[in-house]
Every structure is written in C-alpha cells, then in structure tokens.
Design a protein around this ligand. Structure first.
Ligand code: TYD
Ligand code: MG
Length: 452
C-alpha cells in the first residue's frame, strides 16, 4: 500500500501548506489550517475506461471558432431561467448555496420533477423514501426523474453511464466522497476533488450539473473559496425562514447577468414562482394607516415596490432603541440624524423601529425617502396619502439625491396604479408622458411641508 500522504489546508480559503502554520498566509485567518489525508494516485478519469483518449487543443482565431447558437435547457421555471440568464447551459456546473432549511432541495427536486428531460437527482442527505414523500407533495407524477442515494462519486458515475441523464443534480457537494482522496467527506480536499471530477464529467459529456452547497454561519458557501471559482454559476437562495418569500440571486454567472433575481413563495406544495412581486409585497389595506410608505426600489434588474413600516414611540429607557428589519441599521441611524439636524425633528428621545414587509431585505439606497416618510408619518400619526410612493436617496445635508433606473421605477409604480411618485429634482427622467404624476423634490424640509 502506498504511504499515506497528508497536507495542510486552510479551511477558510483552501490554500495548501506543506506544514502546519498558525495563520493562513493567503486569507490571514488564524487557526484555520488543518491536516488532511491526501493520497495521490494516478488520477483516473470519471469514466475510467475512456481516460486514454486525450484530445489536445490548438489555438484558433476568434473569428474561426464555430459559434453554434447555444441551446439552453429550459428549466420550465421562469424565475430559475431568468436568474440563469435563459436556462441551463449544457456542460455547465451550477452551485446553489443557502442556509439549511431554506428550500434548496425543494427547489431542485421541483425542477427535476417538472422537466421533460431525463434527470438524475443524487441525494447524500435523504433516503429515496423521504424524497418520494416530498415529491408526492410537489408534483406527484413525473416520468423523467430518477432518484439515487449515493455519496461515492465513482458509484454515481457508474449509474450516470448506465442511465445517461440530461441533467444531474447533486444534493449536496459536502456529502460526496471520492476514492482517490482519503480524508473525510466534507473536507476541503474531498470537496475540491469531487467538484473537479464533476466538472470533468460535465464538460466531457456536455451534461449540465447542479450542486447544492451548504453555507457557513457567516453566510459564505462552506468549503474553499475555490469551489466558487471552479463552477460556472453560483446561485444563492435566501430569505427569512419565518416568512414565505425566498429570493434566488446569482453571485456569479459565466453565461448571463448577475443582476437578475428570482422570487418564490414557499407553500405546502412546494415553491410557487412569484412573477409579479410588487403586488404581493404591498398589503392591500383600505384604511389609512400611519407609519407606512411605499418605496419604488430596483433589486437586481427588477423593479419592486415594497412597503416600509415605521413605529416611533417615546423611549422608556435612557437610551432610545433603534431597530431595523430588512433595512440597514446604520443607515437608519444616519437618516434619523439627518431628520434631527436638517429638519428639526426631536427624535433623540424616541424609539424607532423599521420593518420591511414580506421578510425581504433591501440594500437599494432609493428606499431612503420612503423610510423618512414612514418615520415622519408615524411620528405625527398622519397617514401618507394613498397612491403615493417614493424613489430617492437622502444625503447627509438633507438633500434628496437622484437614483439610477428611475424610468423603470416610475413605470412599475404606474403599472400598479399609483398616482404620484416623489423623485429627486436632479434625476434625469427619460419618459415623455406618464399617467402617474412625477413630483420633484430637492430637500426633505420641503417634502415635510407638502406631506404633513
Ligand atoms: P429543504 O428543501 O429541505 O431545505 P434545504 O434543502 O435548503 O435544507 O426545505 C425544507 C423546508 O421547506 C422545510 O422547513 C419545510 C418546507 N417545505 C414547505 O413548506 N413546503 C413544501 O412543499 C416542502 C417540500 C417543504
Ligand atoms: Mg436539503
């Protein structure tokens, strides 16, 4: 038997060392370097028989390279297709990350069940019976979806060669292990090796592969960063587990834009595609409620109207509480300071709570104006007029600043039946004629006088 070889790997970034070090020289993290068993055998191909046939490539002029119109596999899921940039590219590797319980397995099983192509769903986490129970809830009869519970890559490839599926789904990469490496499943060297084998398989057979990846506590995909470098597309499934909405984002995409966004709603029978998110995110309330305002935001490429709720109440304790759900707390503090200093509101002795409905979180600075409107509305207990929405950033001097994609926001607000939208005076608006009234504002003081 060959002598067991070991090497040291940083568990954070995957850098390999010959001996143990306290601090990783690459990512500068402390105590992340761990010894792992690596046994280097002569690497066999994923399909051991065909390894001798090696094609060498030669350089070609760009204009001479055949440009076959790429055919993409339609996933029959509008949101998923949108995020991928129009469907799955043959031979591509897609990594889907997300917190435990967010719905990664549900999403992929659902896609596998709906597809018209032969799909192999490999699970290292659940038994065939468990998956069957879930499949019955989502989409009971499917003729094309095969389930395999296996964790050894060599066995998986054996089944793949026999079945010849059009799509392979691996749930999850952390449960796989390869015979070529001796360390435990989920270790850096195993993840790296199994992914490399899958990439080789995908590229040689032109079959798309989707991998599920676990994420660590701080939200990054577990395993080395190189895992993200190795695959073609990295998708992230996120949302608050206590709410029903889930957002699918692409963090990296070799075949499309990373600005697209997919929205789903978790139901008893799987995930429902949400094609018109603005309508579901705004509560349909007939009464005038103080403390709410609508922001016209853009998430990725998609315009999205969301409802901001604020509650301002007298602080019971010496230090007032400021809390924000779905909105950056630092930004909230900044906006409150602007309101104190520039518009003369005495909010220093008030508790302020901000919540974005639907459990989604928003980074778009264009929500600033709506947040301010919601706070002032709650503070004065006067409701913001119906049919009003906002799209502007607020600067430290209390000035109302322009935001990007203003036309898209205005059109979305108009589509949803809003009558008035407040935007910055400095925003260049390309639209000629709009049904919705576009009001220009330059300072928050002016807005306060107009609204309350
Ligand atoms: P799951 O796909 O197992 O999450 P992950 O693979 O990301 O860990 O999703 C599990 C959650 O989804 C679980 O808490 C129950 C819920 N769920 C539904 O609400 N409806 C359904 O139809 C299914 C299948 C799951
Ligand atoms: Mg799962």
């Amino acid at each position: 038997m060959a002598k067991t070889k070991t090497a040291y790997f940083c568990q954070n970034c995957g850098t390999q060392y010959a001996k143990w070090v306290g601090q990783c020289g690459s990512c500068k993290e402390w105590n992340t370097v761990v010894e792992e068993v690596v046994q280097k055998e002569d690497k066999k191909s994923w399909k051991t028989s065909s390894s001798t046939l090696q094609k060498t490539s030669r350089p070609l002029l760009v204009k001479d390279i055949a440009n076959d119109k790429e055919i993409r596999l339609n996933a029959l899921d509008q949101e998923f297709n949108r995020v991928l940039g129009g469907g799955l590219v043959p031979g591509s590797l897609t990594l889907l990350g997300g917190e435990p319980g967010i719905g990664k397995s549900t999403l992929l099983l659902q896609i596998a069940l709906k597809l018209q192509y032969k799909t192999l769903y490999v699970s290292g986490e659940e038994s065939q019976k468990q998956i069957k129970m879930r499949a019955d809830r989502i989409h009971p009869n499917s003729d094309n979806c095969f389930i395999l519970t296996e964790t050894k890559t060599q066995n998986i490839f054996q089944q793949i060669v026999a079945l010849e599926p059009d799509l392979v789904i691996i749930d999850s990469i952390q449960t796989l292990h390869s015979d070529f490496i001796e360390s435990a499943a989920g270790s850096i060297s195993q993840i790296r090796e199994c992914t490399a084998e899958l990439i080789k398989f995908a590229k040689e057979s032109n079959t798309p592969v989707i991998l599920v990846g676990h994420i660590t506590k701080d939200g990054t995909i577990a395993g080395p960063k190189i895992l993200e470098h190795m695959v073609d597309t990295v998708l992230q499934f996120e949302g608050d587990r206590n709410y029903v909405y889930r957002i699918l984002r692409s963090l990296k995409n070799r075949f499309g834009s990373t600005a697209e966004l997919g929205i789903y709603e978790m139901q008893g029978s799987g995930l429902r595609e949400v094609n018109n998110p603005s309508e579901v995110l705004i509560s349909k309330n007939d009464q005038d409620l103080s403390g709410t305002a609508i922001a016209a935001t853009v998430e990725g490429m998609r315009p999205l109207l969301i409802e901001i709720q604020a509650l301002v109440s007298t602080a019971v304790y010496g230090t007032p509480q400021r809390s924000a759900t779905g909105f950056n707390a630092k930004r909230l503090n900044m906006l409150l300071a602007v309101l104190e200093k520039r518009a003369g509101f005495k909010l220093a002795a008030k508790d302020v709570f901000i919540n974005i409905t639907g459990g989604i979180s928003i980074e778009d600075p264009a929500t600033d104006l709506a947040v301010i409107a919601a706070i002032l509305s709650s503070n004065s207990d006067i409701a913001v007029e119906k049919g009003l929405c906002f799209a502007a950033e607020v600067g430290l001097a209390g000035e109302i600043r322009p935001v990007q994609r203003i036309d898209q926001r205005i059109l979305e607000a108009e589509k949803l039946g809003f009558q008035t939208i407040y935007v910055s005076k400095n925003n260049k608006i390309g639209l000629k004629k709009t049904k919705i009234q576009v009001k220009l504002a330059s300072k928050i003081e002016q807005l306060v006088i107009e609204l309350f």
